[in-house]
Design a protein around this ligand. Structure first.
Ligand SMILES: Cc1ncc(COP(=O)(O)O)c(C=O)c1O
Length: 417
């Protein structure tokens, strides 16, 4: 069999909370002014209380509200696919599986958190959300989710992506969002996720009707994404596999990687590998220390791997991976040796994307292609050793709106950063 599909009735009804299962408890975020641990009241101008509670929750399983499940059912459970044609093309004895998150309305894993974030904000009486977006995947996901709940949405889009990906902007506008390039006050800057976060936080603190929504990094976002790994675990069982030997995902702010990997965290035999771009090597070359989540230093300080909050990554095509920091949970797991991190230059990533597209037919987002590169290299290593390794990766998004990047690759214009 090639596709392993769960019935709607087996959609997970609770998220997997990794916080109470960590070997070492997380250090708290610190207030940007006082440098003391932040409390719920400090975060209340930005987020609804339900999400603040999830950020710090000791509960191992957190119920997914019925209204959220009703929307997730539009595309979930997502299929698990065995990439047999890629296996054959590589001549590997490994079995490669991918979880196809590209089937969501916005085309990536991001709606898994956008929908609950919009739901909890609406439940608290908020009528408008402000956010940042890199590649446009998160912004379009939040635009979709706010449209479902009748909320207004303002998106600060990293200027490099705003210019490279005009159709993502059209998607957001179609779902009713207002989209502007960021940084708003530096028209010559290509921008970065950190700078766009500053713009969105600035917007939020000035308005009582508005909250801020973050598409990755924070614990509650990683929590919402665990639905991917929970489904994937059941689907691997359907495929007759006891466990994956290795789970890979691309890592920008960490929610994508968290989503597929956390449900396997407690099985010490499963290797977990986060894949990042060599041009923004947060986990592989950053320092583990307290740093701001944004360029302007307005967010709480978080304990994480960071390249420095003023780091301006080159304008590579995987816009969603251009972030100076990373999820505190993922960072700690890398620091403590539970999670491995690897980095690839984009030339090798696009080569893998093309190999995958040729074999399997699907055209991945450049972010997703980082995981594909990692999975292909695992499969080639298995070929060397003759090992029947089980490889699972997250197909986090399609690349149908990234064709300009593929055009650059095919015509030798890609800078191999
Ligand atoms: C398709 C795709 N995959 C992966 C990522 C990385 O996501 P995360 O921040 O959850 O690590 C992004 C981010 O925008 C993305 O758009």
């Amino acid at each position: 069999m090639t596709r392993f599909v769960l019935p709607e009735s087996q959609l997970p009804t609770a998220w997997f909370n990794v916080l109470p299962r960590l070997a070492v408890p997380l250090d708290p975020p610190l207030h940007p002014g006082t440098r003391q641990p932040v409390g719920p009241d400090d975060l209340a101008p930005l987020f609804p209380m339900a999400l603040i509670e999830q950020e710090m929750s000791p509960t191992p399983w957190i119920d997914i509200p019925g209204e959220v499940l009703d929307i997730l059912r539009l595309w979930r459970p997502t299929p698990l696919i065995r990439a047999e044609r890629l296996e054959a093309a590589l001549g590997t004895p490994a079995r490669i599986y991918f979880k196809d998150e590209s089937v969501s309305p916005a085309g990536s894993h991001k709606p898994n958190s956008a929908v609950p974030q919009a739901f909890y904000n609406k439940a608290e009486g908020i009528t408008r959300l402000a956010t940042e977006t890199g590649a446009g995947q998160w912004g379009s996901s939040l635009a979709f989710a706010t449209a479902q709940f009748g909320l207004e949405c303002k998106v600060y889009m990293v200027r490099a992506s705003y210019e490279q990906k005009p159709y993502r902007k059209v998607m957001m506008e179609l779902w009713g969002a207002d989209v502007v390039p960021s940084p708003v006050d530096e028209p010559d800057s290509p921008g970065s996720l950190g700078a766009a976060i500053s713009d969105a936080v600035r917007d939020t603190v000035g308005r009582a009707d508005t909250h801020y929504a973050l598409g990755s990094v924070l614990n509650h976002v990683c929590l919402h994404q665990t639905i991917i790994g929970l489904e994937g675990r059941d689907q691997l069982a359907l495929a007759g596999e006891d466990r994956p030997d290795v789970v890979l995902a691309s890592c920008g702010g960490g929610s994508n990687f968290s989503g597929i990997s956390f449900p396997f965290l407690e099985d010490a035999e499963v290797r977990l590998v986060a894949v990042e771009p060599a041009s923004c090597p947060t986990l592989t070359e950053g320092r583990f220390e307290y740093d701001f989540g944004d360029v302007a230093g307005m967010t709480p300080l978080m304990p994480m791997f960071t390249l420095g909050h003023d780091f301006m990554p080159p304008a590579i095509h995987a816009g969603g991976l251009r972030y100076h920091g990373d999820s505190p949970i993922v960072s700690q797991l890398v620091r403590d040796g539970r999670v491995e991190a690897i980095a690839y230059p984009q030339g090798k990533v696009f080569e893998a994307a093309m190999q995958f597209a040729t074999a399997e037919g699907k055209i991945p987002a450049p972010e997703t292609a980082h995981a594909i590169r990692g999975a292909i290299d695992e499969a080639l290593a298995a070929k060397e050793t003759g090992e029947e390794k089980v490889i699972l990766f997250n197909y986090s998004g399609h690349g149908h709106l990234d064709l300009a990047a593929y055009d650059d690759y095919l015509n030798g214009r890609l800078i191999d950063a």
